[in-house]
Design a protein around this ligand. Structure first.
Ligand code: URA
Length: 231
């Protein structure tokens, strides 16, 4: 799987390390599934299935930096060393409502992770995000956190969510999104560039722009509606 990323740590002097990394995953299966998701004729049942499959592929890239601990085990043949995922376990945070459609695909790859929930809604006129449900542990000291939200549009929802996670002690935050708009990426980069935090965004596609009502162009429409029907 090819991932196009902003410069890697090895390329830069320590004081110029980027605090926000964006990884656009490039793979024929990712592109194929994304194209079917974008298609307005794709029905909700197929859409949900494809989102799960796509997230599992993105999760493979997004978990590259998971912390591990060396262990010694005995195979049927000999003793050897390997690794287990470190403690504390990673935390997965789907942002309700649409992020819920990504949870199953993520848990398939990380079944031992814990899950917290954030309910956030974007005001249709101001496009400002507000939090209506917070089921996140109060102490996230040293936790690696994976936020799931299909659409990185203005970036307002994601920045509000990441601020909350960092305020509770998360050591690093990786957001997995299906599609990102340049405006949203810029918002996230500006929010964390000068802060001592590590934020990574992993996406299947970087689209052209936002339209006048804050939708990603060409995008895939309202992800929540496509997953669950219009409220
Ligand atoms: N949220 C969506 O569901 N779709 C967009 O295009 C932008 C925000």
């Amino acid at each position: 799987m090819v991932a196009r990323a902003t410069p890697s740590a090895g390329d830069l002097a320590p004081d110029t390390l980027p605090r926000v990394r964006t990884i656009v995953v490039q793979h024929p299966l990712v592109d194929h599934k994304l194209t079917t998701l974008r298609d307005e004729t794709t029905d909700s049942a197929t859409f949900r299935l494809l989102v799960e499959e796509l997230v599992t592929l993105l999760a493979y890239e997004a978990t590259q930096q998971l912390r591990t601990t060396s262990v010694t085990i005995t195979t049927p043949v000999a003793q050897t060393t390997g690794v287990h995922l470190s403690w504390p376990r990673p935390l997965i945070v789907p942002i309700l409502r649409a992020g819920l459609g990504m949870l199953e695909g993520m848990m398939r790859l990380l079944p031992t992770a814990e899950v917290g929930f954030l309910g956030m809604v974007r005001d249709d006129d101001s496009l400002i995000a507000s939090t209506y449900a917070d089921r996140i542990p109060h102490d996230l000291d040293s936790r690696q956190v994976f936020v799931l939200d299909p659409m990185l549009a203005t970036g307002g929802t994601l920045v509000t969510a990441i601020d909350l996670l960092l305020a509770r002690g998360a050591s690093d935050v990786t957001a997995i999104v299906l599609l990102a708009a340049p405006e949203g990426l810029q918002h996230v980069e500006e929010a964390y560039t000068d802060k001592p935090v590590d934020v990574t965004i992993v996406t299947a596609g970087l689209d052209l722009r936002l339209n006048e009502v804050g939708y990603i162009v060409p995008g895939l429409g309202d992800a929540g509606d496509r997953l669950y029907g219009v409220v």
